[in-house]
Design a protein around this ligand. Structure first.
Ligand SMILES: *[C@@H]1O[C@H](CO)[C@@H](O)[C@H](O)[C@H]1NC(C)=O
Ligand SMILES: *[C@@H]1O[C@H](CO)[C@@H](O)[C@H](O)[C@H]1NC(C)=O
Ligand SMILES: *[C@@H]1O[C@H](CO)[C@@H](O)[C@H](O)[C@H]1NC(C)=O
Length: 408
């Protein structure tokens, strides 16, 4: 039971006596504000006829469409739409930031409808996340292979946003890097040094790890370590009435800003979903394929903090602040990595609007965005999804005054 003081109980009688204590040395809470919200996802269909055909043929089942990764570029919010269920016609789309409606704005398929076609290995099959580099190239991880909705190998696809989404590079991961049946490429950060690298979390239950992709070599490899597994003491938690008891491995990933010293390494932070621990490893180690294959690299892994809650996505800004969702407390946490982890704090929490903070994005005007999506309901196969006016997805924003780690 919550401890109640004398003034809590009798406060209403002694109004003038029981003035609330002034918070000492406490910053006011930082509040997130609503940018967009959806009760279901719908698209800008080519014609009313196509829309009706898709509904009647069950090619489009509105309540089955989920939103996961979000990233901002040039007045658009790009959204990844993972196919966890049937009836999901589009897997990558965007919404203009100036969309007229804040509620249920239609999503625009990106680059177009044909690049979202199912069962064609040249197109995007099942996307959970992406990142956009400073040159306007979007690195898309097409790697949800946990269901039979596609037989195509998981891949990374680079799209040039300045050229209408033209494919500039594509790489299929071999199955010893990312399982062709059972991988779940969850999140990605980009390191623009040394020809361009991506660090990608593979949340696969069978073969979890961090995948390193070199753009220059157009090649990937995987690092695996026990710190990327779920922790037993964090295995069970409830969000919005739904118990999560799957042992969900490495998921959130963040990259520290460019170091002040040239040639110094950056740190890659990561956390398993069913876990409280945040670990860090230097990017230089991950980039060294020979070294990570030798096994003599694990001593570099450092436990940097123990969160109060499990989290899905992580992100970092240009000043070295790490942001993370706190799933079981419906909150967003913030840690300035230049200070001890004990200084980390809850920025904002809301039982109604912060159900499963999943993915973060930054614009160039000092705003950070977070997507809250109750995604646990989509990947629990037997959970019955319903079309209703209840809001399922929210994009919230807050002025943090910084950019993403890419702009440092
Ligand atoms: C979905 O969007 C199309 C326009 O692309 C519209 O005609 C249709 O009525 C919408 N359906 C719902 C249920 O909102
Ligand atoms: C697969 O997609 C590519 C790229 O959009 C397209 O050129 C090709 O015709 C498609 N193949 C089939 C069989 O639809
Ligand atoms: C769709 O986008 C792809 C990639 O940008 C492009 O190659 C293709 O021509 C586009 N298809 C249509 C029908 O616009």
């Amino acid at each position: 039971m919550v401890h109640m003081g004398f003034c809590d109980i009798l406060g209403f009688l002694f109004v003038s006596y029981c003035v609330p204590e002034k918070p000492v040395d406490k910053k006011p809470p930082e509040r997130f504000h609503l940018e967009f919200q959806w009760s279901y996802l719908n698209f800008t269909w080519p014609s009313v006829m196509e829309y009706h055909n898709a509904i009647t043929s069950l090619r489009y089942i509105p309540e089955n469409n989920a939103m996961a990764g979000i990233k901002y570029y040039n007045n658009r919010m790009y959204v990844a739409l993972p196919r966890f269920r049937k009836g999901t016609p589009i897997t990558l789309a965007f919404v203009p930031l100036k969309a007229k409606s804040k509620t249920n704005p239609l999503l625009r398929p990106y680059p177009n409808w044909s690049m979202n076609a199912q069962k064609n290995c040249s197109t995007l099959q099942n996307v959970n996340g992406m990142e956009i580099d400073r040159h306007g190239v979007m690195w898309v991880i097409d790697g949800v292979r946990t269901n039979g909705l596609t037989k195509c190998p998981p891949k990374i696809v680079l799209l040039d946003l300045k050229a209408g989404g033209k494919v500039v590079q594509s790489y299929n991961f071999p199955s010893d890097v990312s399982l062709h049946h059972g991988s779940l490429l969850s999140d990605i950060v980009i390191d623009e040094n040394d020809g361009g690298f991506a660090y990608i979390t593979d949340n696969s239950l069978q073969d979890p790890g961090i995948i390193v992709y070199s753009r220059h070599a157009n090649k990937g490899w995987k690092v695996r370590d026990a710190t990327m597994f779920a922790e037993m003491d964090a295995a069970e938690f409830t969000v919005d009435g739904l118990l999560n008891d799957d042992l969900m491995p490495v998921d959130g990933i963040a990259l520290s800003p460019s170091p002040k010293r040239r040639n110094a390494d950056r740190l890659v932070y990561y956390s398993a979903l069913s876990s409280f621990s945040i670990y860090a490893i230097s990017s230089g180690i991950l980039k060294d394929e020979k070294l990570v294959k030798s096994g003599n690299w694990r001593r570099d892994i450092e436990l940097v903090g123990r969160k109060q809650s499990q989290s899905d996505g992580l992100t970092m800004d240009s000043k070295g602040n790490l942001y993370y969702g706190m799933l079981s407390s419906y909150a967003i946490g913030k840690w300035n990595t230049n200070k001890p982890f004990e200084s980390a704090r809850k920025m904002d929490s809301n039982r109604r609007t912060m159900i499963w903070p999943d993915s973060f994005a930054f614009d160039l005007n000092g705003f950070m965005y977070v997507l809250t999506n109750g995604i646990n309901k989509f990947f629990k196969q037997h959970y019955e999804l319903r079309l209703s006016p209840e809001i399922k997805f929210r994009i919230l924003k807050i002025n943090v005054g910084t950019n993403s780690y890419l702009y440092s």
